[in-house]
Design a binder for this molecule. Structure first.
Ligand code: DGL
Length: 273
């Protein structure tokens, strides 16, 4: 059986890329819901419905474990799927998100106890990071900044252009106006690692920037060590399969920008009922 990686579109490929680096031996199935992206501005109900539908497809594609690489889906759908649906649809399979592992890693980085989160409006509105951090590290102060223009910049391949500088500076300034003692920053959206060079350029040098793939991949490795009942079911033939709910040609072309590791994906179209 395989590891499924789900995202609303291309962004989850930045997470898959790190899985392939840390855990190359496993077989992966990537599903991007490109036909219905973006999720970041959609309602709770819609994100939950779309995500559940895609998780079921990944189970049909023989995935033992599905990682919701999308922060918005992790924020709005993960808990309901784990608590209400999994028992009915696939009690022996697992669905994990990216928010919890990102939060768990935080205490290794912050000294000031002030953390910044850059995320989509949907993730910010859900308060998932704030609630998760309050549970694990109640002493940490969290400051969130929604960055609605960053996903469209990346999707339109404008993340290296001058227009991106304006919006990177804008959201950094808005975050630092909330608190100027932030020393650690989570990029809480799959697309943002593609802006990391510009983010680092405009951010004060004392602030550490955490990209999720780098945190989530070691965390998955650790999870698999602790869960042999899941790990032993996983096939290890280093196969990678890609599915998109939109046109495969478009996916293949853009996916290379997100993967940036020489892999040329040949995606198949997956029709959702
Ligand atoms: N994948 C989404 C996330 O990480 C960003 C793109 C979207 O809005 O669908 O939140």
């Amino acid at each position: 059986m395989k590891i499924g990686v789900f995202d609303s579109g291309f962004g989850g490929l930045t997470v898959l890329k790190e899985f392939l680096r840390y855990l190359p031996e496993y077989d992966y199935v990537y599903l991007g819901d490109n036909a219905r992206t973006p999720y970041g501005t959609r309602s709770f109900e819609t994100v939950y419905r779309y995500t559940l539908q895609c998780v079921k497809k990944l189970f049909e594609l023989d995935c033992q474990l599905v990682i919701l690489a999308c922060n918005t889906a992790s924020a709005k759908a993960l808990r309901s799927i784990q608590q209400n649906d999994l028992e009915k649809i696939a009690p022996h399979r697992r669905v994990l998100g990216v928010i919890r592992p990102s939060v768990e890693a935080l205490n290794k980085y912050t000294n000031s106890g002030n953390i910044g989160i850059f995320a989509t409006p949907g993730t910010v509105a859900s308060d998932s990071y704030v609630l998760e951090i309050a549970k694990l590290y109640p002493e940490i102060n969290v400051f969130q900044q929604a960055c609605p223009m960053w996903v469209p910049l990346v999707e339109n391949n404008e993340h290296c252009g001058e227009g991106a500088d304006y919006f990177v500076k804008l959201y950094i300034n808005q975050l630092l106006m909330q608190n100027n003692e932030i020393d650690t920053l989570i990029l809480g959206c799959t697309h943002y690692p593609l802006l990391i060079n510009k983010i680092k350029k405009y951010l004060p040098k004392n602030i550490k920037v955490l990209s999720q793939g780098e945190i989530v991949a070691p965390s998955l490795k650790d999870y698999l060590k602790r869960h042999p009942e899941i790990e032993t079911k996983l096939s290890k033939k280093s196969q990678r399969k890609f599915f998109t709910t939109d046109i495969p040609e478009l996916f293949n072309e853009k996916a290379q920008i997100f993967l940036n590791n020489g892999i040329i994906p040949i995606a198949k179209q997956l029709k959702l009922d």
